[in-house]
Design a protein around this ligand. Structure first.
Ligand SMILES: *[C@@H]1O[C@H](CO)[C@@H](O)[C@H](O)[C@H]1NC(C)=O
Ligand SMILES: *[C@@H]1O[C@H](CO)[C@@H](O)[C@H](O)[C@H]1NC(C)=O
Ligand SMILES: *[C@@H]1O[C@H](CO)[C@@H](O)[C@H](O)[C@H]1NC(C)=O
Ligand SMILES: *[C@@H]1O[C@H](CO)[C@@H](O)[C@H](O)[C@H]1NC(C)=O
Ligand SMILES: *[C@@H]1O[C@H](CO)[C@@H](O)[C@H](O)[C@H]1NC(C)=O
Length: 480
């Protein structure tokens, strides 16, 4: 069965030759006890010898299991094969059609995901078998915290710890035109979900066309024939052809408290003499993003049964901006995955509790307590930095759980895919990980390794060997 294997190579941030490094490591391993939770450069880990390095310092392989139906003997044989080629172990991750229902794959799954879904009995048995095979072969295992990219777990739809989003709506008013009455979509989302009502004067409206290649090459900004710089926006996947509306910053008016006082009614007139072409009134409601980390069997074709409980019903991405949401994931692990001896095995051979790049699709990245958290911290209105700080709280919670509860380290591709301050998030993990798919130039790696080295991290992990749209086509010289 088609499995993708990606090599994870580890970079030791010493500026010494490999031979000197190995000699230093030999001395350390004889002189001091093993301490694998220490993520610092001079940690006294057991590195083995130069001729026979320990599993902790060997390269490891990304291992995408199809789903929980994989044959356990075949999986164990793959682990053994990893040991035979000199690997240190696997980074174990459930593929699950790579978020079936998104644009990447179809909606067909060849096995019944009420039985073989992530996190239920068969998955727990696979993780246990993989961990057991690591123990049998003297290897160590990294394990994803959820399906696909490790972003979520099974949960009741709409429960508090799942990823949030904003539902945006707007109304255009001509100069001099009035709006009077209940605000749009109030009946759908309710006043308690209302985050903001803001009006503004539109100064310019025009069409923007950005070709696909430019959008993929840069999510930062795109220059169009010297006619201006248009930022690529969230959701600009592929060719862009959109109407871009410019608002006057000075004209923005916060109407939220007025609407709250009148129980959802708004009275607003677009000034006749406003310096612009029209007015826009924006309405934002707090909703769950309902982003799937693994599809529900209900949404798949193939031999699917009807889920009897949320545990059989696929996984939802969790909110990545609070400690409560990290707990949604770790509670699920404690109750449903770390059972029947799996916890003891992972405590013996587990290396990283790990998360891949963050691939949560939403209108906007948000969390319930964002406005309150910002005001409490800064005493003034909200900016984008706050999300980054709340993400660090999420990472700290995951790291603490991995260290204290399970005696393993934490690892993730921090902030990767999100418009956040990656450099700030890097120190919050035991082993920060980057990826060759997204990092090309040496300067990009310098950006990543800088904060990791400043934080003294012993291991900077890198997922390498992936090529966009070309499975099994990379050559070894290209990889090198
Ligand atoms: C929302 O704003 C856009 C851009 O100005 C406009 O084209 C659209 O008609 C507005 N929506 C409504 C319902 O007025
Ligand atoms: C402007 O950009 C478009 C899209 O890349 C391209 O097709 C067109 O040739 C460019 N025009 C000029 C004058 O460079
Ligand atoms: C962009 O969209 C507009 C409106 O749908 C359409 O008229 C125009 O042909 C599109 N342009 C391109 C280059 O696709
Ligand atoms: C499964 O999730 C779907 C939404 O994807 C929901 O409509 C359905 O009620 C859920 N079933 C159970 C048993 O939780
Ligand atoms: C517990 O694990 C063993 C194999 O390690 C397996 O034979 C047994 O069926 C499992 N029990 C449950 C309840 O999953």
């Amino acid at each position: 069965m088609g499995r993708f294997i990606t090599l994870i190579l580890y970079h030791q941030p010493h500026r010494v030759t490999p031979l000197l490094l190995a000699l230093a490591a030999v001395e350390l391993s004889f002189a001091l006890p093993e301490n694998h939770l220490d993520d610092q450069v001079n940690a006294a880990i057991d590195a083995g010898t130069f001729r026979n390095p320990s599993a902790k310092v060997r390269a490891r392989f990304r291992y995408w299991s199809e789903d929980a139906s994989d044959d356990l003997a075949a999986v164990a044989a793959d682990v053994k094969a990893t040991a035979e080629v000199g690997g240190g172990g696997l980074e174990h991750l459930g593929y699950y059609n790579y978020r079936a229902l998104e644009e990447f794959t179809g909606t067909y799954a060849p096995t019944d995901w009420t039985v073989y879904g992530w996190g239920i009995g068969a998955w727990q048995a696979q993780l246990k078998a993989v961990a057991q095979a690591h123990a049998d072969n003297g290897l160590i295992i990294d394990f994803a915290m959820g399906p696909n990219q490790g972003q979520g777990v099974p949960a009741m739809q709409g429960s508090e710890g799942l990823a949030w989003d904003l539902f945006p709506y707007n109304v255009s008013l001509q100069l001099g035109q009035s709006f009077s009455g209940p605000i749009p979509r109030l009946d759908r989302w309710g006043l308690e979900s209302l985050q903001a009502v803001v009006s503004g004067v539109v100064t310019d409206v025009h069409n923007v066309i950005v070709p696909t290649s430019t959008v993929l090459a840069s999510t930062a900004s795109t220059e169009l024939n010297g006619t201006g710089v248009y930022p690529a926006l969230p959701g600009d996947n592929g060719a862009v052809n959109r109407t871009q509306v410019t608002l006057s910053d000075a004209s923005l008016q916060d109407l939220t408290s007025q609407v709250a006082k009148t129980k959802g009614n708004l009275k607003f007139t677009c000034p006749k003499n406003a310096k612009g072409v029209e007015c826009n009134v924006f309405f934002f409601y707090l909703i769950h993003s309902d982003c799937r980390a693994q599809a529900s069997p209900l949404d798949l074709s193939g031999p699917q049964s009807v889920p009897q409980s949320y545990i059989q019903n696929g996984s939802w991405a969790v909110d990545h901006f609070s400690a409560l949401e990290a707990k949604t994931t770790t509670d699920f692990w404690e109750q449903h995955v770390l059972t029947n001896g799996t916890m003891e095995l992972l405590m013996a051979v587990g290396n990283y509790a790990w998360e891949d790049s963050i691939e949560i699709y939403t209108n906007v990245y948000w969390t319930k307590n964002l406005p309150a958290a910002f005001v409490a911290e800064h005493g003034y209105s909200l900016t984008k930095q706050t999300l980054g700080h709340l993400y660090n709280i999420y990472l700290d919670s995951m790291t603490k759980w991995a260290n204290d509860y399970l005696n393993v380290q934490s690892s993730a591709q921090p902030a990767y895919s999100l418009p956040m301050d990656m450099l700030n998030a890097i120190p919050h993990l035991n082993a920060p990980e980057c990826e060759s798919l997204g990092f090309k130039a040496p300067d990009q790696y310098h950006q990543f390794t800088g904060p990791a080295n400043l934080a003294g991290k012993r291991v900077i992990s890198k997922e390498c060997g992936a090529v966009f749209g070309a499975a099994y086509q990379q050559t070894v010289p290209a990889l090198m």
